[in-house]
Ligand binder design. Structure first.
Ligand code: GTP
Ligand code: MG
Length: 296
């Protein structure tokens, strides 16, 4: 049997479960996933290896109405990633009705001319699946449709098998042991950002970014990490630090627990908070933080 390989882009509006699905399919956490919309800000590659195929899954930021340059770049990342895929999975949340953002994504898929499958997620929250899928199927002419639950891991095997069947013949794109293309610093910064998303509310989670300033293995059993959380206003800085430094300690404690599990040894996490006014609207910051996608 000829070897098959290719790219599947996971596109959809925010919060439908794209990153949860990516992690479930890989069996390991490569992308952070939280109950807050606009969690993912980058293109995140996850690689599924099979004896006769390599399925490259690409998670993208949720397509939304952007209010900052950051949001525009996130939408652009989703658009550019979709243009390069062999198959598009339009992920939707079956427990909700389609909205304008779902329509934007469907239009983007339609315009790309790339085969697009409707992947209806969160089926575990829905009683009458059939009654719910009609309005979604009407968004565009999908090549195929699947009902899944990323959290309960139902319908996933069928989805992957179908994708592998549909892949073009070709050599693998990535080496066999590789699960993701993201750097260690990126992963570390995302874990910290995830904790901020979990612990803060309103504008704060959206106004932050995390920069890993230093990461060294000080001893065989200890990694030292110094990271800065950027905020846009001093008021947000005060919230992130919290009374008596309690919030920052909480963020650090949770992030450290995850990072120690990841490294398999002790982590010393040195967290700082800095105000950088309106960084979300500044090209230079977006570039430095890795939020500006390249054209290919
Ligand atoms: N009940 C249920 N919840 C789900 C399912 N899949 C994802 N979720 C939840 O939906 C929320 C959003 O999940 P994410 O994976 O972060 O969604 P996303 O599409 O990546 O969101 P953005 O990165 O913001 O675009 C999280 O709280 C998930 O736990 C599912 O199959 N069932
Ligand atoms: Mg996501």
């Amino acid at each position: 049997m000829a070897y098959k390989s290719g790219f599947v882009a996971l596109v959809g509006r925010p919060n439908v479960g794209k990153s949860t699905l990516l992690n479930a399919l890989l069996g390991t956490k490569v992308a952070i996933a939280t109950p807050k919309p606009q969690t993912t800000r980058n293109r995140i590659v996850g690689i599924l290896h099979r004896p006769n195929a390599q399925l490259v899954l690409v998670d993208t930021p949720g397509v939304h109405r952007a209010e900052h340059k950051l949001g525009e770049e996130m939408n652009r990342t989703a658009r550019l990633t979709a243009q390069d895929a062999d198959i598009l999975w339009h992920i939707v949340d079956l427990s909700r009705s389609p909205n304008q953002e779902d329509q934007w994504v469907a239009d983007l898929c339609q315009k790309s001319g790339i085969p697009t499958w409707l992947v209806m997620n969160k089926a575990d929250l829905v009683e009458d699946v059939k009654a719910r899928w009609q309005p979604y199927r009407a968004l565009m002419s999908y090549q195929d449709a699947f009902v899944i639950s990323a959290v309960k891991e139902t319908g996933l095997a069928r989805l992957v098998e179908a994708a592998i069947q549909a892949l073009p013949e070709g050599a693998p794109y990535y080496p066999e042991e590789m699960v993701t293309d993201q750097s260690e610093d990126f992963y570390v910064s995302e874990i910290i950002r995830e904790k901020v998303l979990e612990l803060t509310r309103e504008e704060v989670p959206y106004s932050i970014a995390v920069v890993v300033e230093e990461r060294v293995r000080r001893r065989p059993e200890l990694t030292y990490i110094r990271a800065t959380i950027l905020v846009e206003r001093d008021g947000q800085k005060a919230i992130l630090i919290g009374q008596g430094g309690r919030m920052l300690k909480d963020i650090g404690r949770r992030a450290r627990a995850d990072l120690e599990a990841y490294y398999g040894h002790q982590v010393y996490l040195d967290l700082w908070v800095k105000t950088r006014e309106r960084w979300r609207d500044q090209e230079a910051w977006l570039r430095r933080l890795g939020y500006t996608p390249s054209e290919s």
